[in-house]
Design a binder for this molecule. Sequence first.
Ligand SMILES: [Zn+2]
Length: 266
Amino acid sequence: MSDRDRPARRCRSATRCRALFTILAVCACSAAAQTKPAPFRVLAIAERGGLHRPFVDAAKAWLDREGKSDFSVDYIENTDTIDETLLARYSLFLQLNYPPYAWTPVAARAFRASIEQGSIGWIGFHHATLLGEFDGYPMWQWFSDFMGGIRFKDYIATFVSGTVHVESASHPVMKGLGSTFTIENEEWYTYDRSPRRNVRVLASVDESSYTPPTTKKMGDHPVVWTNEHVKARNVYIFMGHHAELFQNPAFVTIFHNSILWAAGRN
Ligand SMILES: [Zn+2]
């Protein structure tokens, strides 16, 4: 075949090639459709309005983009509708911005059962460790135990930046992170004791790195951990005050990893 012939031969076979390509593409799509797991459902609880509204709004926008065809999120603003029937519809419970008090008794029972039996995954941020007496409510002792037997003590109201050390680099939640990362302008909660003896610590903040320095310290200071004494895959992530966290690649990576792991997808 001469060089001059080639374009003509290509032209004649183009239709056939397109047909073949279409068939292959359809086959590839069908195969992908067969192997791709069905989207999973996430139930997220976040209080309406308040100081943390920008964080919640940023989280919703991020979750919309992140979910795509992998998961969908339904939002609630209080625990009134939570019972075992509702929780059974979801793979993951996201405590985006909600404290461990002011839950209805039915919601508290259903949540505890789901976590203990492992029928749902859980990710809690920030307010999930407001453990103590708040707003006239007693401390939920089971939730305190779930969080490693801690009680909320104080917070850094002046906000400081800090270096966080990854402690369990092999855990799926820590995948893709370096050995340290920085969290800017955070209000770092302190507790009456470190949860370390009751949980697996995934990351902790180095209090000596606080900028500007502050005397409000607790010593051993875990900030991301999981409780391996319950069946549910669970992750507590302390950070969750500012919307700017969604500009921080380390925070976004932890959130992304936590969703997939806690929902049983990796
Ligand atoms: Zn806050």
